[in-house]
Design a protein around this ligand. Structure first.
Ligand code: FES
Ligand code: MG
Length: 565
């Protein structure tokens, strides 16, 4: 046991380590049984994870029952709706801080409690880097709220309701009243946004008790699963079943299939690449295109569809979805239980075919993410054709260029803006370095004068990300970003932009010689002199490799460091 290096000795140091930890723990707590850290992202400032204290108590019961010692470890938490300028700026800080504390402390195994968008990715990255036995307990989605008889989808419906206020069909007072209807219970967003997606990705990778992801936060079965996960953590340590044995290239490719079948968030691309990077697993942007293409969309959830996470759970949940695409999954990779994920599919069944479509009646035949390249994105860009307008997948239009989100705010609403429905809206300065932190702004709003004409979608190109709860014909994650010297910085107003999704191309139709002669547009972001932002801007990698810090790629393992006294 790793913890025995702290507690095992009869000397002064062993005394110190044990004595300060006693506080109610009996002597036999230090007799060599595994010490399991419950890494908890609960925080009052991360409302989606605020309930995880209760979940941690159930995990602790399971750990005790199996003969281990559960110890709660609060870790850096990121609340998507609160932290500015964007939670993504701190995903790597959360991952780095968690990794360091996992390694520095007398810990033998881990239970990872997450929920809100960045919390599961950061914990997976940390666990991958220390490679200590670990199991993820997803905190679960909120229950469906209803307002005036209609279900409300988190995020997605905020836009709809605010439009109704602008149109005069909903009063300001009613709009305010809808707030507490939307957020009906504990838990994370109940659409197929990033939080739901990443819980399913953790399960597809084999890192949860199979069948757990998607269990609503207030559901009794969440606590039952948490208890089982605590028990399992003790077994993981006994068998030395580490993340690197579970998260192999084959399990990442299974996750890519699952991502397409559930119609998951494009943010999963960046997060999965980052986790793979920590493990030294070969996974590239092109794997998403290759492996995801031809996978049918089977889940009818908002934002693209109709239902919400509670419906998906009732309809059979994630395993019922996977059962439909079983032939596309590699049966080899094991889960935390030691058994392959595909072994859990026999019992799975669809109970509502409106929510989970059977394979022969998919919502779309091909839900994969397309990876584009061209002189605008030499290292790649991403588009979700399933969320785009089919008529725009092959398009040529004049660029209308915005250098920042402030620039969008200042000019987009101007009736004099030179734009029509065939224009291509280009937004740069929103990549990992440029913003910094790569915010979810790629699906920039359409000019009001075009909305008034009934235009509902336009081609947009951006080096930022898009919320998992958004859609449109949006080319995002353009790499390299403008602020890192990417060609997006060379585009000028009026340049013809050519999108051809079938050919997997995104180009600006300007001769190379002319492009190269241009001076890149200065992004105008003053680089901070100190702190995390300084470190982040100097070391963050581009979207095509997961936006991790360059010096965090790879694993440092869990060797026990030298004594503190
Ligand atoms: Fe936390 Fe959406 S704001 S999951
Ligand atoms: Mg989000």
């Amino acid at each position: 046991m790793r913890s025995a290096h702290w507690y095992g000795g009869a000397d002064r140091n062993g005394y110190i380590h044990r004595a300060w930890m006693r506080r109610g723990l009996p002597g036999h707590a230090f007799d060599g049984r595994p010490h399991i850290a419950i890494a908890n992202t609960a925080s009052a400032f991360t409302p989606c994870n605020a309930h995880l204290g209760e979940v941690a108590a159930s995990v602790a019961n399971g750990v005790y029952e199996a003969g281990g010692i559960p110890l709660e470890l609060p870790v850096l938490s990121l609340g998507e709706t609160n932290v500015r300028p964007t939670a993504m700026l701190w995903r790597n800080l959360a991952a780095m801080a968690a990794e360091e504390m996992f390694r520095a402390n007398p810990i033998d195994g881990l239970v990872l409690l997450g929920g809100c968008d960045k919390t599961i990715p950061s914990l997976l990255m940390a666990a991958a880097s220390v490679d200590l036995p670990a199991v993820v307990v997803p905190g679960g989605p909120m229950l469906t709220g209803t307002f005036r008889g209609v279900p409300l989808g988190c995020g997605t419906d905020v836009w709809r309701l605010s439009e109704e206020v602008r149109a005069g069909t909903l009063s300001q007072a009613q709009f305010s009243a809808s707030e507490s209807s939307m957020i009906r219970s504990r838990g994370h967003c109940n659409t197929m946004g990033t939080a739901s997606t990443m819980a399913f990705m953790a399960e597809a990778l084999g890192m949860t008790v199979p069948g757990m992801a998607g269990t609503p936060a207030p559901d009794s079965r969440l606590l039952e699963g948490a208890h089982a996960s605590g028990r399992l953590a003790v077994e993981l340590v006994a068998r030395d079943r580490t993340p690197s044995r579970i998260m192999t290239r084959a399990s990442f490719l299974n996750a890519v299939v699952a991502l397409a079948a559930i119609g998951g968030s494009t943010n999963a691309v960046v997060h999965l690449l980052a986790v793979a990077g920590r493990l030294g697993v070969r996974l590239s942007l092109d794997d998403f295109d290759r492996t995801g293409s031809g996978v049918p969309l089977l889940v009818d959830l908002q934002p693209a569809g109709r239902h919400l996470m509670e419906d998906l759970h009732r309809a059979g949940g994630f395993l019922a979805v996977l059962r439909e695409v079983r032939d596309l999954l590699d049966p080899a990779p094991i889960t935390v239980t030691g058994a392959p994920l595909t072994e859990y599919l026999d019992e799975a069944a669809i109970w509502d075919e409106e929510v989970i479509r059977p394979r022969n009646r998919p919502l779309l035949d091909d839900a994969g993410i397309a990876v584009l390249r061209g002189n605008l994105a030499p290292d790649g860009a991403v588009i979700k054709p399933a969320a785009a307008s089919p008529s725009l997948l092959r398009h040529r239009g004049r660029a209308v260029v915005f250098d920042s989100v402030e620039d969008v705010r200042a000019r987009l609403n101007d009736p004099a803006l030179d734009v029509d429905e065939s224009s291509v809206l280009v937004l740069r300065g929103c990549g990992p370095r440029g913003y910094p932190g790569m915010p979810e702004v790629a699906n920039l709003p359409l000019p009001p004068k075009l909305l008034a004409k009934g235009v509902r979608d336009m081609v947009r190109v951006c080096d930022g990300r898009m919320s998992g709860t958004a859609y449109g014909t949006v080319v995002l994650h353009v790499a390299p970003e403008a602020a890192a010297g990417g060609p997006l910085a060379l585009v000028r107003e009026g340049d013809p932009i050519v999108l051809d999704v079938e050919a997997r191309r995104i180009d600006v139709d300007v001769p190379d010689a002319e492009l190269l002669a241009r001076k890149p547009v200065q992004q105008g972001f003053a680089s901070p002199v100190r702190g995390w932002q300084r470190l982040y801007i100097d070391h963050v990698t581009q979207a095509d490799t997961g936006c991790d810090l360059d010096f965090l790629i790879g694993s440092s393992g869990h060797a026990v460091d030298r004594e503190s006294h």
